[in-house]
Design a protein. Sequence first.
Length: 240
Amino acid sequence: MITIPLPGNSPLSNAISYSVSPLYELAASLHTLAQPTPPERFISWSEDKLEQFESVRLKREWDYLLPLFRYGIPDSFDPVHTKGVMAVDDQYEYFVTLPTEEFVRSVSPMLDRWLEQHSIPQVLLDIREDSDYVKGRFSLFVSSYWQMVFEENWEIIAPQFVKEAERIYYAVQDIPAMLAYLHTISPAFAFDEAARHLTHPSDEPNHDAQQLILYPSYYYAQEPCLRKMGSNAHLLYSFS
């Protein structure tokens, strides 16, 4: 069980906030593009973007790096850690300064799952031989993808994040509105009136969190993910 105390005499916004990571959205979009059959609402979009890869000459690099995104999103893109990484220069610097061993660790689970169904990809052979080289190609691809393909797309979807922020703003005006909003994400949220705690079941032992931080995502297409990291609870969920 994860519990979040709600203030009695101060705004709920002191206990519940939200954050957006453009870099995570970029990675989630690549995860979508890596699917043999993307979610229905992304089929046309995926076809258009893969065609665009050809025109901007990113197709070769994408084919090389696709095994890193087919079965998940490397946690180096985690929105908890990348929420302040905004412009393309920030993104490139983030990966350039990311330790190589951390990069390898973050992509290893995706490669392990790839090997369960496919032969060894060239990117894995190169990681074993020269992981710095692969990280360099990866960093350059991410930067190029943002500039040539995704930045325009981000400008299109950004207003939807603004609308979601407005929904969150009005939801935290009082507890009934907050619960109604959270139930649209996960019906398992509950409010303990006696303790003034917001609660949600968890597979892990009981965790007390200071705040609940919401991470709405346009491209995240899985079940909501609630986890305790540091002193806060973090909820990643899909909206459209």
